[in-house]
Design a protein around this ligand. Structure first.
Ligand SMILES: [Zn+2]
Length: 137
């Protein structure tokens, strides 16, 4: 769903005229819908298929149509993605209480209501022992 120029102006904190001045190309980037896992996997499978051919054959086929920098950009992009995936704590979120992994697609701090409750009780106890609040209330 595309945003109107008015909505984009509000989000960016600029005038509607400024939004109109910005090229359509730039705005399209804001409107790119979130990718689905399925669409990403399909793309990766297709990309992988290309590796069946020799580098020379691909280079020769692409040369008249695609800039080398575009290929390089893709390579660097995927390297960055792979690096993030290897950093366990970036992609796999860990429960702040027990350290178990948290199911993806949530921004929860704890793996379960039990851990959330346990962490809460610890905080209350810590605060109470420091005399800041009354734990019995
Ligand atoms: Zn937990």
């Amino acid at each position: 769903m595309g945003l109107s120029n008015r909505q984009i102006a509000d989000i960016l904190g600029v005038s509607e005229a400024t939004v109109k001045r910005i090229s359509g190309k730039t705005l399209k980037r804001f409107r790119t819908p979130p990718p689905t896992l399925q669409s990403i996997r399909r793309t990766l499978v297709r990309l992988n298929t290309v590796t069946r051919y020799s580098e020379e054959a691909i280079a020769k086929a692409l040369l008249p149509h695609v800039k080398a920098d575009q290929i390089q950009f893709l390579s660097e992009y995927l390297s960055d993605v792979a690096e993030l995936m290897r950093k366990d704590d970036v992609v796999v979120r860990r429960c702040a209480e027990c350290g178990d992994s948290i199911p993806s697609r949530t921004d929860a701090r704890y793996c379960s209501p039990r851990c959330r409750q346990r962490a809460y009780r610890k905080r209350v106890t810590a605060l109470a022992s420091s005399g800041e609040i009354d734990a019995s209330s």
